[in-house]
Design a protein around this ligand. Structure first.
Ligand SMILES: *Cc1c(COP(=O)(O)O)cnc(C)c1O
Length: 361
């Protein structure tokens, strides 16, 4: 059993994949070729955001977004310590300070009731993470930001492309949404890729310029930028994957809900979903005590597992110094108990039953 089965998916879309890649090899525009714009238009349509700017990775999407907002030395950005390191890394790279707010123990998303207490005059942005594929409580976060004037909200939607919140698509739930096309994400390519979404014309223009070295016209550098483009060939791969994506999102939902039912029946604790949103289950995650023993037992049955994430950022060697006053007990305790099991649109029901039984025994 694979942790994420990308082979079945590839077999299903092979003709379209071959056709798309052959087209890029034929026209030879490997950087900013026609597939880049085509993908951006398709993703705008999918999310409902006015602008999509494809970039080199999810990390680059987050970095470019913060740069477009002018985040700089001395600024503070509120986020959670229970995430992939990239979320906080980009804040630190710009000389700003991540301010860690704890998560809800059941959804593992930021606890919105604790955000207001972390706001200071230096707060410039809130960066919630839609962890495991389920959007955070974005409406409430937007409302908190609006109450405090000029605070912007960036959704780290690197795991949640395809998810919804109150009927709206993830990536289009706040001023900016950022996603990743890392191969194992719900919508992946065959290398690195990512995208920034916004409906703000000025922010979109800033992101487009920052993506190409702050260039407004050829060799005119209006601002400081990065080399942050997504390859044409990777855009072609994502275009091919879109063929089946709507079906995959539905499958993920069905499979996630089946896991929920099987685990509840077996009395095994799991990450919860709120009724006003749908998850794409980028990871399917349960809570176990004695994690190493459970992982070893599953390994024996040929079932791979993973831990997202074993060490919260406030305990990481490179980030500890930022956390003199961190009050993030749930992030610390949950990190010791989470375990992700195989998940994907092609996961078979019999394998799900096998997995749940193996955890139970
Ligand atoms: C994957 C991920 C990123 C980074 O995306 P890359 O494309 O690997 O750079 C950032 N934040 C979260 C929450 C992620 O899961």
């Amino acid at each position: 059993m694979d942790f994420i089965d990308l082979k079945t998916q590839q077999a299903a879309i092979k003709p379209e994949l071959d056709r798309r890649i052959a087209a890029v090899l034929a026209h030879g525009q490997y950087i900013m070729g026609p597939e880049v714009k085509e993908l951006e238009e398709r993703l705008q349509e999918y999310t409902g955001a006015k602008h999509c700017i494809t970039v080199a990775s999810g990390t680059e999407a987050l970095l470019i977004s913060l740069m477009a907002l002018g985040i700089k030395l001395g600024d503070e950005v509120i986020t959670t310590p229970f995430t992939f390191v990239a979320t906080a890394e980009v804040i630190v790279l710009l000389g700003a300070t991540p301010v860690f707010v704890d998560i809800e123990a059941d959804t593992c998303n930021i606890d919105v009731s604790k955000i207001e207490g972390a706001i200071t005059p230096k707060t410039k942005a809130i960066m919630p993470v839609s962890l495991y594929g389920q959007p955070a409580d974005m409406e409430e976060i937007n409302a908190i930001a609006a109450r405090h004037g000029s605070i912007q909200v960036i959704e780290d939607a690197c795991q949640s492309f395809g998810a919804t919140y109150k009927g709206k698509k993830s990536c289009n739930l706040s001023t900016i949404g950022c996603t990743s096309f890392f191969p194992s994400k719900p919508l992946g390519c065959y290398g690195d890729g990512g995208a920034v979404f916004t409906s703000d014309d000025e922010i979109a223009q800033a992101c487009r310029e920052i993506r190409v070295h702050g260039q407004s016209k050829r060799y005119v550098h209006t601002r400081i930028g990065v080399g942050g483009r997504m390859d044409t060939i990777q855009c072609a791969v994502v275009l091919a994957k879109l063929e089946r994506f709507a079906w995959e999102v539905e499958q993920r939902k069905t499979i996630g809900e089946r896991y929920n039912a099987l685990l509840d029946q077996a009395g095994i604790q799991r990450v919860q979903q709120r009724g006003d949103r749908t998850s794409v289950f980028a990871q399917y995650t349960v809570f176990v005590e004695e994690r190493e023993a459970v992982q070893a037992a599953l390994q024996k049955e040929g079932i791979p597992t993973a831990v997202h994430y074993p060490i919260p950022l406030h305990e990481q060697p490179a980030y500890q110094r930022l956390c003199q006053n961190c009050n993030t007990p749930f992030s610390a305790s949950v990190a010791k108990r989470v375990m992700s099991v195989p998940m994907g649109a092609d996961l078979r029901e019999e394998d799900q039953r096998l997995i749940v039984n193996a955890i139970y025994l």
